[in-house]
Ligand binder design. Structure first.
Ligand SMILES: C[S@@+](CC[C@H](N)C(=O)[O-])C[C@H]1O[C@@H](n2cnc3c(N)ncnc32)[C@H](O)[C@@H]1O
Length: 142
Protein backbone atom coordinates (compact mmCIF):
# COMPACT_ATOMS: atom_id res chain seq x y z
CA UNK A 1 0.00 0.00 0.00
CA UNK A 2 1.28 3.43 -0.87
CA UNK A 3 0.45 5.32 2.33
CA UNK A 4 0.96 8.75 0.82
CA UNK A 5 -1.88 8.67 -1.68
CA UNK A 6 -3.92 5.79 -0.26
CA UNK A 7 -3.82 3.65 -3.42
CA UNK A 8 -2.94 0.04 -3.09
CA UNK A 9 -0.94 -0.28 -6.30
CA UNK A 10 1.25 2.39 -7.80
CA UNK A 11 2.12 2.79 -11.46
CA UNK A 12 3.78 5.65 -13.27
CA UNK A 13 2.71 7.32 -16.47
CA UNK A 14 4.94 6.10 -19.26
CA UNK A 15 3.50 7.49 -22.46
CA UNK A 16 0.77 9.80 -23.79
CA UNK A 17 -1.39 9.35 -26.87
CA UNK A 18 -0.54 11.45 -29.92
CA UNK A 19 -3.43 13.46 -31.44
CA UNK A 20 -4.26 10.92 -34.14
CA UNK A 21 -4.68 8.15 -31.56
CA UNK A 22 -6.96 10.40 -29.49
CA UNK A 23 -9.01 11.19 -32.57
CA UNK A 24 -9.46 7.52 -33.41
CA UNK A 25 -10.44 6.31 -29.94
CA UNK A 26 -12.93 9.21 -29.59
CA UNK A 27 -14.85 7.85 -32.58
CA UNK A 28 -15.52 4.63 -30.64
CA UNK A 29 -17.03 6.29 -27.59
CA UNK A 30 -20.71 6.70 -26.73
CA UNK A 31 -21.89 9.21 -24.11
CA UNK A 32 -21.86 9.13 -21.18
CA UNK A 33 -18.24 7.96 -21.43
CA UNK A 34 -15.59 7.36 -18.79
CA UNK A 35 -11.86 7.55 -19.48
CA UNK A 36 -9.95 5.51 -16.89
CA UNK A 37 -6.21 6.11 -16.29
CA UNK A 38 -6.62 9.06 -18.66
CA UNK A 39 -3.18 10.62 -18.13
CA UNK A 40 -2.99 13.92 -20.00
CA UNK A 41 -5.70 12.97 -22.52
CA UNK A 42 -8.81 15.18 -22.79
CA UNK A 43 -10.96 12.45 -24.32
CA UNK A 44 -14.10 11.26 -22.46
CA UNK A 45 -17.00 12.91 -20.64
CA UNK A 46 -15.52 11.97 -17.26
CA UNK A 47 -11.77 11.41 -16.82
CA UNK A 48 -10.24 9.58 -13.90
CA UNK A 49 -6.61 9.03 -12.98
CA UNK A 50 -4.77 8.12 -9.77
CA UNK A 51 -1.91 10.55 -10.16
CA UNK A 52 -2.60 13.06 -12.91
CA UNK A 53 -5.00 15.99 -12.56
CA UNK A 54 -8.27 14.72 -14.02
CA UNK A 55 -11.98 15.28 -13.34
CA UNK A 56 -11.82 12.62 -10.65
CA UNK A 57 -8.86 11.28 -8.69
CA UNK A 58 -9.36 7.53 -8.33
CA UNK A 59 -7.98 4.03 -8.51
CA UNK A 60 -8.82 2.04 -11.64
CA UNK A 61 -9.47 -1.14 -9.64
CA UNK A 62 -11.79 0.66 -7.19
CA UNK A 63 -13.63 3.14 -9.35
CA UNK A 64 -15.71 5.72 -7.45
CA UNK A 65 -18.82 5.22 -9.61
CA UNK A 66 -22.02 3.21 -9.29
CA UNK A 67 -22.69 0.05 -11.29
CA UNK A 68 -23.91 0.58 -14.87
CA UNK A 69 -23.16 4.33 -15.00
CA UNK A 70 -21.46 4.67 -18.42
CA UNK A 71 -22.29 3.72 -22.01
CA UNK A 72 -18.58 3.50 -22.84
CA UNK A 73 -15.35 3.13 -20.95
CA UNK A 74 -11.95 3.87 -22.44
CA UNK A 75 -8.67 2.75 -20.93
CA UNK A 76 -4.97 2.73 -21.75
CA UNK A 77 -3.75 1.09 -18.54
CA UNK A 78 -0.15 0.89 -17.37
CA UNK A 79 0.95 -2.09 -19.46
CA UNK A 80 3.37 -3.34 -16.84
CA UNK A 81 0.56 -3.90 -14.36
CA UNK A 82 0.85 -7.32 -12.69
CA UNK A 83 -1.01 -10.28 -14.21
CA UNK A 84 -3.01 -10.94 -11.07
CA UNK A 85 -4.58 -7.46 -11.26
CA UNK A 86 -5.79 -7.76 -14.86
CA UNK A 87 -8.96 -9.78 -14.15
CA UNK A 88 -9.74 -7.44 -11.27
CA UNK A 89 -9.39 -4.42 -13.55
CA UNK A 90 -11.60 -6.04 -16.21
CA UNK A 91 -14.34 -6.75 -13.66
CA UNK A 92 -14.22 -3.19 -12.39
CA UNK A 93 -14.47 -1.70 -15.90
CA UNK A 94 -17.39 -4.00 -16.71
CA UNK A 95 -19.12 -3.09 -13.46
CA UNK A 96 -19.42 0.61 -14.31
CA UNK A 97 -20.58 -0.12 -17.89
CA UNK A 98 -24.27 -0.25 -18.78
CA UNK A 99 -25.54 -3.38 -20.50
CA UNK A 100 -24.79 -3.06 -24.24
CA UNK A 101 -22.11 -0.46 -23.44
CA UNK A 102 -18.62 -0.70 -24.93
CA UNK A 103 -15.17 -0.99 -23.44
CA UNK A 104 -12.40 0.48 -25.60
CA UNK A 105 -9.20 -1.18 -24.48
CA UNK A 106 -5.70 -0.12 -25.62
CA UNK A 107 -3.37 -2.70 -24.09
CA UNK A 108 -1.47 -5.75 -25.34
CA UNK A 109 -3.47 -8.38 -23.45
CA UNK A 110 -6.86 -10.01 -24.00
CA UNK A 111 -9.68 -9.64 -21.48
CA UNK A 112 -11.58 -12.81 -20.64
CA UNK A 113 -14.75 -12.11 -18.73
CA UNK A 114 -18.17 -13.76 -19.12
CA UNK A 115 -19.94 -10.39 -19.28
CA UNK A 116 -17.70 -8.84 -21.96
CA UNK A 117 -17.68 -9.99 -25.59
CA UNK A 118 -14.91 -9.00 -27.96
CA UNK A 119 -16.61 -7.31 -30.93
CA UNK A 120 -13.81 -5.45 -32.74
CA UNK A 121 -10.03 -5.40 -32.97
CA UNK A 122 -8.16 -2.51 -34.60
CA UNK A 123 -4.49 -2.77 -35.42
CA UNK A 124 -2.58 0.29 -36.64
CA UNK A 125 0.62 0.26 -38.64
CA UNK A 126 1.64 3.89 -38.13
CA UNK A 127 4.35 5.60 -36.08
CA UNK A 128 1.82 7.29 -33.79
CA UNK A 129 0.75 3.83 -32.61
CA UNK A 130 4.19 2.37 -32.07
CA UNK A 131 3.77 1.84 -28.33
CA UNK A 132 0.64 -0.25 -28.54
CA UNK A 133 -0.89 -0.58 -32.02
CA UNK A 134 -3.88 -2.51 -30.73
CA UNK A 135 -7.37 -1.37 -29.75
CA UNK A 136 -9.91 -3.97 -28.68
CA UNK A 137 -13.60 -3.19 -28.33
CA UNK A 138 -15.70 -5.31 -25.96
CA UNK A 139 -19.46 -5.10 -25.54
CA UNK A 140 -21.10 -5.70 -22.19
CA UNK A 141 -23.71 -8.40 -22.54
CA UNK A 142 -27.23 -7.32 -21.63
C1 LIG B 1 -0.23 4.54 -20.17
S1 LIG B 1 -0.71 5.92 -19.16
C2 LIG B 1 -2.11 6.58 -19.99
C3 LIG B 1 -1.70 7.69 -20.89
C4 LIG B 1 -2.86 8.32 -21.61
N1 LIG B 1 -3.37 7.47 -22.66
C5 LIG B 1 -2.44 9.66 -22.21
O1 LIG B 1 -2.66 9.87 -23.39
O2 LIG B 1 -1.88 10.48 -21.45
C6 LIG B 1 -1.39 5.14 -17.75
C7 LIG B 1 -2.04 6.08 -16.76
O3 LIG B 1 -2.49 5.30 -15.68
C8 LIG B 1 -2.46 6.09 -14.52
N2 LIG B 1 -2.54 5.16 -13.40
C9 LIG B 1 -1.57 4.40 -12.89
N3 LIG B 1 -2.03 3.64 -11.89
C10 LIG B 1 -3.33 3.94 -11.74
C11 LIG B 1 -4.36 3.48 -10.88
N4 LIG B 1 -4.13 2.55 -9.95
N5 LIG B 1 -5.58 3.99 -11.03
C12 LIG B 1 -5.84 4.95 -11.97
N6 LIG B 1 -4.91 5.42 -12.82
C13 LIG B 1 -3.67 4.92 -12.71
C14 LIG B 1 -1.16 6.84 -14.63
O4 LIG B 1 -1.17 8.02 -13.84
C15 LIG B 1 -1.14 7.13 -16.13
O5 LIG B 1 -1.68 8.41 -16.39
Amino acid sequence: MNRKNGFRYVFRRAWSWPGSVEEFVSTLLISPSLHVACGSSRVGDVRVDAFVNADVRGDMVHLPFRDCTFMSVLIDPPWHMPYHLRPKLAKELARVLRPDGVLVFNAPWRIRLRTLRLVDVFWADAPAWRNCPLVMVYRKLA
